[in-house]
Design a protein around this ligand. Structure first.
Ligand code: UT7
Length: 333
């Protein structure tokens, strides 16, 4: 039997690190300039975890804030879904570490991680929406969180200037009867041709032949920026067309477009292609850099904090990332 439950975002909470790294700080570490970074990416500064800080603590804090915001008690949560490609460790999952921090009131809520890189939040939203719509789960904590400072190679100027850290959580559940808010459509996709172009490598048994091997045992990111750029500007429109068709809507019904914050030039090119006015496009890359899966809920957080997001507004969300992966969603606030 098909259920008619619509999933809503019942609350949102975000925790970003206090530690700010400016472009000028980076210019003292690698051969770069503030002018190059701003012109090529739009980034002026980013927030990074400090040594010794754990992503699980950020995730738990974001989750508590989201639950407070939703007015939902912890005891009602029946699934924690952590979207990340930079967990504190591979096993046990970050979601279980967050479960541990949130405490026994959670009972036996399920917990697992989902890795779709920068598309992680939208992959998570897609999955959670189906789980709620079918009545399988009722209260899902969807947490996007990344620790790039743990995986960046600060000798590689083409990647270390791009990324930032943080955590953002939403509480998802069925909307109240009669409400027209909630998720109207989601779509996700992947293109395995992209596997070569963004990789989080790890010296060790899986990749002893890697041409980039550093042999210091640390994971590190490598990216073919130009190739990713081409894919991103193309898939942006493809994903939005797909999700708008599913929602039965057109671009002029969208109040705000919240794109993954990868590069200001990618966002502008994508927005131009779909003819959406710049003032309706959320851009906060200047302050946070590319926070991967976190960038879309961070965009929602900023819109709310600025008082621009009103009940009844329609949001289009779109992301792409390593894999390649992409995702999009239409949500009425
Ligand atoms: O979230 C998804 C993951 N990633 C992305 O979405 C990234 C997509 N790609 C990009 O954002 C852009 O490709 C970058 C910002 C990474 C690079 O910008 P670009 O305009 O594509 O530069 P480029 O790679 O074509 O490099 C141009 C020049 C090169 O020098 P030469 O060969 O022309 O002499 C680079 O070595 O800029 C040089 N360069 C830098 N110079 C100063 C590369 N990084 C830097 C730097 N500072 N940080």
């Amino acid at each position: 039997m098909t259920s008619t439950l619509r999933t809503g975002i019942l609350g949102i909470g975000t925790r970003i690190p206090d530690n700010v790294l400016t472009n000028d700080d980076l210019a003292r570490i690698v051969d770069t300039t503030d002018e190059w970074i701003v012109t090529r990416t739009g980034i002026r500064e980013r927030r990074l975890l400090s040594p010794g800080e754990l992503l699980a603590d950020y995730g738990a804090e974001a989750a508590r804030r989201a639950l407070d915001n939703a007015g939902v008690p912890l005891s009602e949560v029946d699934l924690i879904l952590a979207c990340t490609y930079t967990p504190d460790r591979l096993c046990p999952s970050l979601a279980c570490d967050i479960h541990h921090r949130l405490g026994p009131e959670l009972g036996s809520a399920a917990a697992f991680d989902l890795n779709a890189a920068c598309s992680g939040f939208l992959y998570g939203l897609h999955l959670a929406d189906k789980l709620i719509a079918t009545g399988t789960h009722r209260r899902i904590l969807l947490i996007a969180l990344e620790n790039h400072s743990g995986i960046l190679d600060f000798t590689d100027r083409s990647t270390c200037i791009l990324f930032g850290d943080g955590a953002s959580a939403v509480v998802l559940g069925p909307v109240e009867d009669g409400s027209d808010s909630g998720i109207y459509a989601t779509c996700i996709g992947a293109d395995g041709e992209g596997t070569a172009h963004i990789q989080l490598l790890h010296d060790g048994p899986m990749h002893p032949e890697s041409p980039h091997a550093r042999n210091d045992g640390q994971p590190y990111l490598r990216m073919n920026g130009r190739e990713v750029f081409k894919y991103a500007t193309r898939v942006f429109g493809v994903a939005l067309d797909e999700v708008l068709a599913l929602a039965g809507m057109s671009t002029d019904q969208i109040d705000f477009l919240i794109p993954h914050q990868a590069n200001m030039r990618i966002i502008r090119a994508g927005a131009e292609r779909i003819h959406i006015a710049p003032e309706r496009v959320v851009m906060n890359i200047e302050r946070y850099g590319n926070t991967a899966s976190v960038s879309i809920p961070l965009g929602i957080t900023d819109l709310l904090a600025e008082g621009r997001l009103k009940k009844g507004d329609t949001l289009a969300l779109v992301a792409f990332g390593a894999g390649y992966t992409y995702g999009a969603a239409v949500v009425k606030w």
